[in-house]
Design a protein around this ligand. Structure first.
Ligand code: NAD
Ligand code: ZN
Length: 248
């Protein structure tokens, strides 16, 4: 067993105020491609051309056709993997309190976590840009592009596009969860999208230990993370949970 996993298990087993920050990498083993890194969506499409609010406002049909249709397809089929389940188990054990997720796929809630801050919003719902009415994404028909509300207004996902503000409520709850934890578990994020990437810095400054799990090194690895466990999140959580169960 990797000694980093043993060290992380020892720290986590003794903690009771852990906050997790998760990114697209935690959902890769559920079949949802990340944006950056190997196999990422950005290898195929240019983010500014599709994931920026200006691009959506200019040509919503194009963004629906290429980005949102593909997201809907993969998110509809995705199920929580061992890493999501591991975080749910840590909550049941009284170790993990809050998850700040950059993901919009809803898999943490599906796995059973109850305190999940969806920092970039949620893909589960679409909102009408005319009347503010909401409809579940899985009920949206893709026959006509872009999909519209009954009132004729264009539907948009309830997630944050590049160029949009993070909700003030999500921001303040995340800052609190980051500054009041004893350990921050950072899983599957490239730590390049601000202000989410700032949360581990807040935690570190407030005295927390930072445990990072990622298949590649990130800008946090050298200067911010106290422990770095390299590999796929699902495998790592399987081993980590086994170790923690032994210690409790
Ligand atoms: P990112 O795409 O920038 O980075 C993904 C990170 O995950 C990389 O550092 C990569 O090395 C790592 N990774 C890949 N596979 C992994 C695995 N199996 N185990 C552990 N780590 C793995 O992701 P980000 O930092 O979350 O930023 C991208 C933005 O895109 C987010 O803000 C999010 O809103 C959005 N997004 C969400 C989803 C989703 O909801 N599942 C998917 C794609 C993008
Ligand atoms: Zn409407």
């Amino acid at each position: 067993m990797n000694s980093q996993i043993k060290n992380a298990a020892r720290d986590l087993a003794a903690a009771d105020r852990v906050t997790a920050l998760t990114g697209a990498g935690i959902s890769v083993e559920s079949g949802i491609p990340p944006f950056r890194g190997k196999g990422g969506l950005w290898e195929k499409i240019d983010p500014m051309e599709y994931a920026h609010i200006d691009a959506f406002m200019k040509d919503p049909a194009k963004v629906w056709q290429v980005l949102i249709r593909e997201m809907k397809d993969v998110v509809d089929r995705a199920r929580p993997n061992a890493a999501h389940q591991g975080l749910a188990r840590l909550e049941t054990m009284g170790i993990l309190k809050t998850i700040i997720t950059q993901n919009v796929d809803g898999l943490h809630q599906l796995a059973g976590n109850t305190d999940v801050i969806e920092f970039h919003g949620s893909f589960a719902w679409q909102r009408c840009m005319n009347c503010d009415g909401r409809i579940e994404t899985r009920r949206v028909s893709l026959v006509d592009m872009p999909p519209k509300c009954l009132c004729g207004g264009i539907l948009r996902p309830e997630c944050v596009f590049f160029g949009e503000m993070i909700s003030l409520d999500h921001m303040s709850r995340s800052r609190l969860a980051a500054s009041s934890c004893d350990i921050m578990l950072v899983v599957g994020t490239s730590a390049t999208v601000q202000p989410a990437a700032y949360m581990p810095i807040i935690a570190k400054r407030a005295g927390a230990r930072i445990i990072e799990i990622n298949s590649e090194r990130t800008p946090l690895t050298r200067d911010v993370s106290d422990l770095f466990i390299e590999g796929k999140a699902g495998n790592i959580f399987d081993c980590l949970l086994m170790e923690i169960e032994k210690l409790r």
